[in-house]
Design a protein around this ligand. Structure first.
Ligand code: PLP
Length: 420
Protein backbone atom coordinates (compact mmCIF):
# COMPACT_ATOMS: atom_id res chain seq x y z
CA UNK A 1 0.00 0.00 0.00
CA UNK A 2 1.02 3.62 -0.62
CA UNK A 3 0.80 6.15 2.18
CA UNK A 4 -2.59 7.57 1.12
CA UNK A 5 -4.05 4.05 1.30
CA UNK A 6 -2.28 3.17 4.55
CA UNK A 7 -3.70 6.32 6.18
CA UNK A 8 -7.20 5.09 5.45
CA UNK A 9 -6.97 1.30 5.68
CA UNK A 10 -4.16 0.24 8.02
CA UNK A 11 -4.71 -0.70 11.64
CA UNK A 12 -8.26 -1.97 11.44
CA UNK A 13 -9.83 -4.46 9.03
CA UNK A 14 -13.47 -5.20 9.82
CA UNK A 15 -14.71 -8.73 9.22
CA UNK A 16 -18.15 -9.82 8.05
CA UNK A 17 -20.83 -7.49 9.48
CA UNK A 18 -18.42 -5.70 11.83
CA UNK A 19 -18.45 -1.88 12.10
CA UNK A 20 -16.79 -0.09 9.21
CA UNK A 21 -15.20 2.45 11.57
CA UNK A 22 -12.82 1.37 14.29
CA UNK A 23 -15.04 1.00 17.39
CA UNK A 24 -14.40 3.11 20.48
CA UNK A 25 -13.79 0.47 23.13
CA UNK A 26 -14.54 2.66 26.13
CA UNK A 27 -13.63 0.12 28.77
CA UNK A 28 -10.95 0.16 31.41
CA UNK A 29 -10.99 -3.58 31.82
CA UNK A 30 -11.47 -6.98 30.11
CA UNK A 31 -13.03 -10.22 31.36
CA UNK A 32 -11.60 -13.73 31.60
CA UNK A 33 -13.19 -17.16 31.68
CA UNK A 34 -11.06 -18.45 34.53
CA UNK A 35 -8.57 -17.49 37.23
CA UNK A 36 -5.98 -19.54 35.40
CA UNK A 37 -6.37 -17.41 32.27
CA UNK A 38 -5.79 -14.19 34.21
CA UNK A 39 -2.70 -15.74 35.76
CA UNK A 40 -1.41 -16.74 32.31
CA UNK A 41 -1.64 -13.15 31.12
CA UNK A 42 0.43 -11.96 34.06
CA UNK A 43 3.09 -14.46 33.01
CA UNK A 44 2.87 -13.43 29.36
CA UNK A 45 1.25 -9.97 29.08
CA UNK A 46 1.12 -9.86 25.28
CA UNK A 47 -1.28 -12.84 25.30
CA UNK A 48 -4.48 -10.86 25.94
CA UNK A 49 -5.79 -7.48 26.99
CA UNK A 50 -5.74 -6.88 30.72
CA UNK A 51 -6.26 -3.24 31.52
CA UNK A 52 -6.45 0.02 29.54
CA UNK A 53 -3.59 1.67 31.38
CA UNK A 54 -1.28 0.04 28.84
CA UNK A 55 -3.36 -1.42 25.98
CA UNK A 56 -6.78 -0.85 24.45
CA UNK A 57 -8.18 -2.08 21.09
CA UNK A 58 -9.04 1.39 19.72
CA UNK A 59 -5.61 2.74 20.62
CA UNK A 60 -3.94 -0.40 19.27
CA UNK A 61 -5.59 0.09 15.87
CA UNK A 62 -4.05 3.56 15.69
CA UNK A 63 -0.70 2.23 16.89
CA UNK A 64 -0.68 -0.30 14.06
CA UNK A 65 -1.58 2.38 11.50
CA UNK A 66 1.28 4.64 12.62
CA UNK A 67 3.73 1.72 12.74
CA UNK A 68 2.74 0.84 9.16
CA UNK A 69 3.14 4.44 8.01
CA UNK A 70 6.61 4.70 9.55
CA UNK A 71 7.62 1.23 8.36
CA UNK A 72 8.15 0.07 11.95
CA UNK A 73 7.64 -3.23 13.73
CA UNK A 74 5.36 -1.77 16.41
CA UNK A 75 4.20 1.40 18.11
CA UNK A 76 2.88 2.57 21.45
CA UNK A 77 0.66 5.62 21.83
CA UNK A 78 1.06 7.95 24.79
CA UNK A 79 -1.10 10.66 26.30
CA UNK A 80 1.17 13.44 24.95
CA UNK A 81 4.22 13.99 22.78
CA UNK A 82 6.17 14.83 25.93
CA UNK A 83 5.26 11.44 27.40
CA UNK A 84 6.44 9.73 24.19
CA UNK A 85 9.83 11.45 24.35
CA UNK A 86 10.17 10.80 28.09
CA UNK A 87 9.33 7.08 27.84
CA UNK A 88 11.49 6.62 24.74
CA UNK A 89 14.47 7.90 26.74
CA UNK A 90 13.62 6.12 30.00
CA UNK A 91 13.37 2.83 28.12
CA UNK A 92 17.16 3.09 27.69
CA UNK A 93 18.44 5.43 30.41
CA UNK A 94 18.50 5.18 34.16
CA UNK A 95 20.25 7.14 36.89
CA UNK A 96 23.92 7.53 36.03
CA UNK A 97 23.28 7.28 32.30
CA UNK A 98 23.72 9.94 29.65
CA UNK A 99 22.52 10.60 26.14
CA UNK A 100 23.22 13.05 23.35
CA UNK A 101 20.72 15.43 21.82
CA UNK A 102 21.06 18.10 19.19
CA UNK A 103 20.43 21.61 20.54
CA UNK A 104 17.95 22.32 17.75
CA UNK A 105 14.87 20.77 19.35
CA UNK A 106 11.48 21.81 20.74
CA UNK A 107 11.80 24.04 23.85
CA UNK A 108 9.72 21.69 26.01
CA UNK A 109 12.08 18.86 25.12
CA UNK A 110 15.10 21.03 26.02
CA UNK A 111 13.50 21.57 29.41
CA UNK A 112 12.81 17.87 29.89
CA UNK A 113 16.36 16.94 28.93
CA UNK A 114 18.34 19.76 30.55
CA UNK A 115 16.38 20.19 33.78
CA UNK A 116 13.94 17.42 34.66
CA UNK A 117 15.92 14.36 33.57
CA UNK A 118 19.03 15.89 35.13
CA UNK A 119 17.17 15.96 38.45
CA UNK A 120 16.65 12.22 38.04
CA UNK A 121 20.36 11.60 37.45
CA UNK A 122 20.23 11.30 33.66
CA UNK A 123 22.51 13.68 31.83
CA UNK A 124 21.87 15.11 28.38
CA UNK A 125 24.87 16.30 26.39
CA UNK A 126 23.78 18.85 23.78
CA UNK A 127 25.57 19.04 20.44
CA UNK A 128 25.22 21.31 17.43
CA UNK A 129 23.42 19.26 14.77
CA UNK A 130 25.57 20.85 12.07
CA UNK A 131 28.88 19.93 13.71
CA UNK A 132 31.03 17.35 11.93
CA UNK A 133 30.92 13.65 12.73
CA UNK A 134 34.14 13.71 14.71
CA UNK A 135 33.00 16.52 17.00
CA UNK A 136 29.63 14.90 17.68
CA UNK A 137 31.19 11.47 18.12
CA UNK A 138 33.63 12.92 20.68
CA UNK A 139 30.64 13.72 22.94
CA UNK A 140 29.79 10.01 23.29
CA UNK A 141 30.89 8.55 26.64
CA UNK A 142 30.96 5.11 28.17
CA UNK A 143 27.51 5.68 29.73
CA UNK A 144 25.91 7.25 26.61
CA UNK A 145 22.82 5.29 25.66
CA UNK A 146 21.35 7.01 22.62
CA UNK A 147 21.37 10.02 20.30
CA UNK A 148 18.28 12.20 19.83
CA UNK A 149 17.31 14.74 17.15
CA UNK A 150 14.31 16.27 15.33
CA UNK A 151 13.76 15.66 11.62
CA UNK A 152 12.57 19.25 11.10
CA UNK A 153 13.34 21.18 14.28
CA UNK A 154 10.65 23.21 16.03
CA UNK A 155 10.93 26.19 15.56
CA UNK A 156 14.48 26.47 14.11
CA UNK A 157 13.31 24.49 11.04
CA UNK A 158 16.74 22.97 10.59
CA UNK A 159 16.72 19.60 8.84
CA UNK A 160 18.68 16.81 10.50
CA UNK A 161 21.30 14.95 8.51
CA UNK A 162 19.79 11.61 9.52
CA UNK A 163 22.41 9.40 7.85
CA UNK A 164 25.23 11.30 9.56
CA UNK A 165 23.62 10.85 12.98
CA UNK A 166 22.79 7.19 12.32
CA UNK A 167 26.45 6.57 11.40
CA UNK A 168 27.69 8.24 14.58
CA UNK A 169 25.19 6.37 16.76
CA UNK A 170 25.82 2.98 15.20
CA UNK A 171 29.59 3.34 15.28
CA UNK A 172 29.18 3.59 19.07
CA UNK A 173 26.61 0.75 19.19
CA UNK A 174 23.81 3.03 20.38
CA UNK A 175 20.47 3.82 18.71
CA UNK A 176 19.30 7.02 17.02
CA UNK A 177 15.92 8.30 18.24
CA UNK A 178 14.19 10.86 16.05
CA UNK A 179 11.31 13.20 16.78
CA UNK A 180 9.49 13.12 13.44
CA UNK A 181 6.58 15.37 14.49
CA UNK A 182 6.91 18.15 11.91
CA UNK A 183 7.70 15.89 8.97
CA UNK A 184 5.23 13.07 9.78
CA UNK A 185 5.86 9.75 7.98
CA UNK A 186 4.29 11.32 4.90
CA UNK A 187 7.23 13.67 4.36
CA UNK A 188 9.99 11.54 5.88
CA UNK A 189 10.44 7.98 7.09
CA UNK A 190 13.55 8.20 9.29
CA UNK A 191 13.92 4.39 9.47
CA UNK A 192 14.79 4.38 5.76
CA UNK A 193 17.83 6.51 6.58
CA UNK A 194 19.03 4.55 9.60
CA UNK A 195 17.07 5.91 12.58
CA UNK A 196 16.09 3.19 15.06
CA UNK A 197 13.23 4.69 17.07
CA UNK A 198 10.80 7.46 16.13
CA UNK A 199 8.65 9.58 18.43
CA UNK A 200 5.86 11.99 17.55
CA UNK A 201 3.70 14.55 19.15
CA UNK A 202 0.49 13.37 17.48
CA UNK A 203 -1.10 16.61 18.73
CA UNK A 204 0.34 18.28 15.61
CA UNK A 205 -0.20 17.26 11.97
CA UNK A 206 -1.32 13.72 12.77
CA UNK A 207 -4.31 15.03 14.69
CA UNK A 208 -4.39 18.18 12.58
CA UNK A 209 -7.64 19.52 14.01
CA UNK A 210 -6.49 20.67 17.45
CA UNK A 211 -8.80 18.23 19.26
CA UNK A 212 -6.54 16.00 21.34
CA UNK A 213 -3.04 15.97 22.75
CA UNK A 214 -1.13 12.74 22.18
CA UNK A 215 2.11 11.07 21.28
CA UNK A 216 3.54 7.84 19.94
CA UNK A 217 6.77 5.83 20.00
CA UNK A 218 7.56 3.69 16.96
CA UNK A 219 10.18 0.93 16.89
CA UNK A 220 11.97 0.06 13.64
CA UNK A 221 12.87 -3.37 15.02
CA UNK A 222 16.31 -2.91 13.45
CA UNK A 223 18.56 -2.16 16.41
CA UNK A 224 20.68 -4.98 17.80
CA UNK A 225 20.03 -4.91 21.55
CA UNK A 226 22.30 -7.93 22.02
CA UNK A 227 25.47 -5.94 21.25
CA UNK A 228 26.55 -6.04 24.91
CA UNK A 229 25.60 -2.47 25.79
CA UNK A 230 21.99 -3.12 26.74
CA UNK A 231 21.76 -5.92 29.31
CA UNK A 232 18.22 -4.81 30.23
CA UNK A 233 17.09 -6.41 26.96
CA UNK A 234 18.96 -9.66 27.37
CA UNK A 235 18.87 -10.28 31.12
CA UNK A 236 15.74 -11.43 32.98
CA UNK A 237 13.20 -8.80 34.09
CA UNK A 238 12.35 -9.75 37.67
CA UNK A 239 9.14 -7.72 37.51
CA UNK A 240 7.90 -10.19 34.87
CA UNK A 241 9.00 -13.52 36.26
CA UNK A 242 12.31 -13.52 34.47
CA UNK A 243 11.20 -12.64 30.92
CA UNK A 244 14.04 -11.49 28.67
CA UNK A 245 12.84 -8.97 26.13
CA UNK A 246 15.02 -10.07 23.23
CA UNK A 247 14.56 -13.73 24.11
CA UNK A 248 10.78 -13.51 24.29
CA UNK A 249 9.99 -10.78 21.76
CA UNK A 250 12.93 -10.69 19.36
CA UNK A 251 12.90 -7.65 17.11
CA UNK A 252 10.00 -6.07 19.03
CA UNK A 253 12.01 -6.05 22.29
CA UNK A 254 12.23 -2.25 22.63
CA UNK A 255 8.58 -1.41 22.08
CA UNK A 256 7.30 -4.31 24.19
CA UNK A 257 9.63 -3.39 27.05
CA UNK A 258 8.35 0.21 26.84
CA UNK A 259 4.78 -1.03 27.23
CA UNK A 260 5.35 -3.79 29.75
CA UNK A 261 7.62 -1.85 32.08
CA UNK A 262 7.11 1.85 31.52
CA UNK A 263 3.48 2.11 30.51
CA UNK A 264 2.59 -0.36 33.24
CA UNK A 265 4.34 1.79 35.84
CA UNK A 266 3.88 5.35 34.55
CA UNK A 267 0.47 4.88 32.95
CA UNK A 268 0.54 7.62 30.31
CA UNK A 269 -1.78 5.79 27.92
CA UNK A 270 -4.36 7.69 25.84
CA UNK A 271 -8.10 7.20 26.13
CA UNK A 272 -9.93 5.20 23.47
CA UNK A 273 -11.93 8.26 22.49
CA UNK A 274 -8.75 10.26 21.86
CA UNK A 275 -7.39 7.45 19.70
CA UNK A 276 -10.62 7.44 17.69
CA UNK A 277 -10.21 11.16 17.00
CA UNK A 278 -6.53 10.70 16.16
CA UNK A 279 -7.52 8.03 13.67
CA UNK A 280 -9.83 10.50 11.91
CA UNK A 281 -6.92 12.93 11.60
CA UNK A 282 -4.62 10.20 10.29
CA UNK A 283 -7.11 9.21 7.58
CA UNK A 284 -6.50 12.51 5.77
CA UNK A 285 -2.86 13.03 6.77
CA UNK A 286 -1.32 12.31 3.36
CA UNK A 287 -3.73 14.63 1.55
CA UNK A 288 -3.36 17.39 4.13
CA UNK A 289 0.46 17.27 4.21
CA UNK A 290 0.64 17.85 0.48
CA UNK A 291 -1.49 21.00 0.77
CA UNK A 292 0.29 22.33 3.88
CA UNK A 293 3.58 22.15 1.98
CA UNK A 294 2.13 23.82 -1.12
CA UNK A 295 0.50 26.66 0.85
CA UNK A 296 3.59 27.21 2.99
CA UNK A 297 5.92 27.43 0.01
CA UNK A 298 3.71 30.17 -1.49
CA UNK A 299 3.63 32.06 1.80
CA UNK A 300 7.41 31.67 2.22
CA UNK A 301 8.01 33.03 -1.27
CA UNK A 302 5.69 35.97 -0.55
CA UNK A 303 7.51 36.78 2.71
CA UNK A 304 10.93 36.41 1.09
CA UNK A 305 9.96 39.06 -1.47
CA UNK A 306 8.75 41.56 1.17
CA UNK A 307 11.06 44.45 2.11
CA UNK A 308 9.66 44.36 5.67
CA UNK A 309 11.09 40.94 6.33
CA UNK A 310 14.68 40.48 7.37
CA UNK A 311 14.87 36.73 6.90
CA UNK A 312 12.65 33.80 6.05
CA UNK A 313 13.57 30.38 7.40
CA UNK A 314 11.87 27.62 5.47
CA UNK A 315 13.82 24.60 4.19
CA UNK A 316 11.61 24.51 1.09
CA UNK A 317 13.22 27.75 -0.18
CA UNK A 318 16.25 27.22 -2.39
CA UNK A 319 18.03 30.01 -0.52
CA UNK A 320 17.61 28.18 2.81
CA UNK A 321 20.66 26.66 4.47
CA UNK A 322 18.87 23.33 4.86
CA UNK A 323 17.47 23.11 1.33
CA UNK A 324 19.99 20.41 0.26
CA UNK A 325 19.17 18.26 3.31
CA UNK A 326 15.46 18.83 2.73
CA UNK A 327 15.86 17.65 -0.88
CA UNK A 328 17.66 14.54 0.34
CA UNK A 329 15.40 13.51 3.21
CA UNK A 330 11.98 15.13 2.78
CA UNK A 331 9.10 14.87 0.33
CA UNK A 332 7.97 18.34 1.41
CA UNK A 333 8.93 20.79 4.13
CA UNK A 334 5.69 21.03 6.16
CA UNK A 335 3.51 24.06 6.80
CA UNK A 336 5.64 25.78 9.42
CA UNK A 337 7.68 28.85 8.49
CA UNK A 338 9.85 30.95 10.78
CA UNK A 339 10.69 34.53 9.86
CA UNK A 340 12.21 37.66 11.34
CA UNK A 341 10.54 41.01 10.76
CA UNK A 342 12.73 44.07 10.43
CA UNK A 343 12.53 46.10 13.64
CA UNK A 344 12.88 43.17 16.07
CA UNK A 345 10.54 42.08 18.82
CA UNK A 346 8.34 45.24 18.81
CA UNK A 347 7.42 44.87 15.16
CA UNK A 348 6.99 41.13 15.56
CA UNK A 349 4.39 41.72 18.27
CA UNK A 350 2.69 44.49 16.21
CA UNK A 351 2.48 42.19 13.21
CA UNK A 352 1.07 39.31 15.20
CA UNK A 353 -1.55 41.45 16.93
CA UNK A 354 -2.65 42.87 13.56
CA UNK A 355 -3.50 39.50 12.01
CA UNK A 356 -7.21 38.85 11.46
CA UNK A 357 -7.42 35.35 9.97
CA UNK A 358 -4.40 33.77 11.62
CA UNK A 359 -4.77 33.38 15.36
CA UNK A 360 -2.17 33.62 18.10
CA UNK A 361 -1.84 30.16 19.61
CA UNK A 362 0.60 27.97 21.47
CA UNK A 363 0.21 25.39 18.75
CA UNK A 364 1.35 24.51 15.27
CA UNK A 365 0.39 22.14 12.50
CA UNK A 366 -3.34 22.73 12.62
CA UNK A 367 -5.75 23.09 9.68
CA UNK A 368 -6.20 26.71 10.85
CA UNK A 369 -3.34 29.14 10.32
CA UNK A 370 -1.78 30.09 13.63
CA UNK A 371 1.15 32.15 14.78
CA UNK A 372 3.46 32.35 17.79
CA UNK A 373 6.43 34.30 19.10
CA UNK A 374 8.65 31.46 20.45
CA UNK A 375 11.01 33.65 22.51
CA UNK A 376 8.15 34.92 24.67
CA UNK A 377 6.09 31.70 24.71
CA UNK A 378 7.25 28.10 24.10
CA UNK A 379 10.92 28.94 24.57
CA UNK A 380 10.45 31.58 27.27
CA UNK A 381 12.32 29.50 29.86
CA UNK A 382 15.50 29.37 27.76
CA UNK A 383 18.42 31.71 28.32
CA UNK A 384 19.50 33.97 25.45
CA UNK A 385 22.42 31.58 24.88
CA UNK A 386 20.08 28.57 24.73
CA UNK A 387 17.76 30.49 22.40
CA UNK A 388 20.55 31.06 19.90
CA UNK A 389 21.75 27.46 20.29
CA UNK A 390 18.20 26.34 19.46
CA UNK A 391 18.32 28.58 16.37
CA UNK A 392 15.83 31.15 17.70
CA UNK A 393 16.26 34.87 17.11
CA UNK A 394 14.35 36.96 19.71
CA UNK A 395 12.48 38.66 16.84
CA UNK A 396 11.49 35.39 15.19
CA UNK A 397 7.86 34.56 14.42
CA UNK A 398 6.68 30.99 13.90
CA UNK A 399 3.94 30.94 11.33
CA UNK A 400 2.00 27.71 10.90
CA UNK A 401 0.31 27.83 7.52
CA UNK A 402 -3.09 26.15 7.55
CA UNK A 403 -5.39 24.79 4.89
CA UNK A 404 -7.41 27.95 4.23
CA UNK A 405 -7.13 29.46 0.75
CA UNK A 406 -3.52 30.57 0.40
CA UNK A 407 -4.75 33.85 -1.14
CA UNK A 408 -6.65 34.61 2.07
CA UNK A 409 -3.61 33.76 4.21
CA UNK A 410 -1.36 36.03 2.15
CA UNK A 411 -3.91 38.88 2.18
CA UNK A 412 -4.03 38.64 5.97
CA UNK A 413 -0.23 38.84 6.19
CA UNK A 414 -0.25 41.75 3.74
CA UNK A 415 -2.79 43.83 5.68
CA UNK A 416 -0.97 43.30 8.96
CA UNK A 417 2.50 43.98 7.51
CA UNK A 418 1.18 47.22 6.01
CA UNK A 419 0.60 48.51 9.55
CA UNK A 420 4.09 47.64 10.78
N1 PLP B 1 7.98 17.37 19.84
C1 PLP B 1 7.78 18.45 19.07
C2 PLP B 1 8.59 18.65 17.85
C3 PLP B 1 6.81 19.38 19.44
O1 PLP B 1 6.60 20.44 18.66
C4 PLP B 1 6.06 19.18 20.62
C5 PLP B 1 5.04 20.14 21.05
O2 PLP B 1 4.94 21.23 20.53
C6 PLP B 1 6.32 18.04 21.39
C7 PLP B 1 7.27 17.15 20.97
C8 PLP B 1 5.55 17.76 22.65
O3 PLP B 1 4.31 17.28 22.28
P1 PLP B 1 2.96 17.46 23.15
O4 PLP B 1 2.63 18.91 23.15
O5 PLP B 1 1.97 16.63 22.41
O6 PLP B 1 3.24 16.94 24.51
Amino acid sequence: MRDETKCIHCGYTPKNSEPKMVPIVQSTTYVFDSTQEVGDVFDEPTKALIYSRFANPTVMAVEQKIADLEGGIGAMCTSSGQAATLLAILNLCKVGGSFISTSQIYGGTVNLFAVTLKNYGIECIFVDADADEETIGAAVRENTRLIFGETIANPALSVLDIEKFARIAHSHKIPLIMDNTFATPILCKPFEFGADIVVHSTSKYMDGHAVQVGGVIVDSGNFDWTNGKFPEFTEPDESYHGITYVGNYGKAAYIIKARMQLMRDYGAYPAANSAFLLNLGLETLAVRMERYCKNALEVANYLAASDKIEKVIYPGLESDKYYPLAKKYLKGTSGVISFIIKGGKDNAVKFMDGLKLASIEVHVADIRTCVLHPASATHRQLTEEQLFAAGINPGMIRFSVGLESVEDIIEDIEQSLSKV
